[in-house]
Write a protein that binds this ligand. Structure first.
Ligand SMILES: [Zn+2]
Length: 164
């Protein structure tokens, strides 16, 4: 089988969108968390998701194509916490008009609640915690700026109704 043949077949897996955003190279398992985080399932936007697709770089990847959505810089940071190596492709009229690779932010503000139930940020309405983000031995860690406790990303995601 020729390589162009393979490519056209793999393109068929995910339908093209006219306008919107493609989040590519998402680490396997994180696409569902991104969908939950932005509550995409409750919206009218056309949504195409691929799980565990073959990828040269990571071995496997997830991909999300969502129509008529452009992510703000703040939203892009939220995605980067879940999928630090993902690529954002902004699509207009079936063409990629902007493409950039995410990187893990140093900090996240107002996105996640602190899993420490005694943390002051859990007492105040609308006051979500501010976390410093670090990476150690391939594990992403979030340190609450208020109670100073350190949590693995998985613990924070689970506490916030995300995660598997
Ligand atoms: Zn805290």
């Amino acid at each position: 089988m020729s390589s162009s043949n393979t490519e056209s077949k793999s393109k068929l897996l995910v339908e093209a969108i006219a306008n919107g955003t493609v989040i590519d190279h998402i680490a396997p398992g994180q696409a569902i968390n991104i969908i939950r985080m932005f509550k995409f399932l409750g919206k009218d936007n056309q949504l195409t998701v691929g799980f565990n697709l073959r990828s040269g770089e990571l071995g496997k990847k997830d991909i999300i194509k969502i129509s008529n959505v452009v992510f703000s810089p703040a939203q892009t940071e939220q995605i980067a916490v879940l999928a630090p190596n993902a690529t954002i492709n902004q699509i207009e009229d079936y063409k990629v008009v902007d493409k950039y690779k995410l990187k893990l932010p140093n900090e996240t503000v107002g996105v996640f609640k602190c899993p420490n139930s005694n943390c002051i940020t859990n007492d105040e309405k609308a006051a979500h915690a501010r976390f410093k983000i670090t990476k150690e031995n391939n594990e992403i860690l979030l340190k609450c700026r208020y109670c100073e406790r350190v949590f693995s990303r998985e613990v924070v995601l689970e506490y916030n109704g995300l995660g598997n």
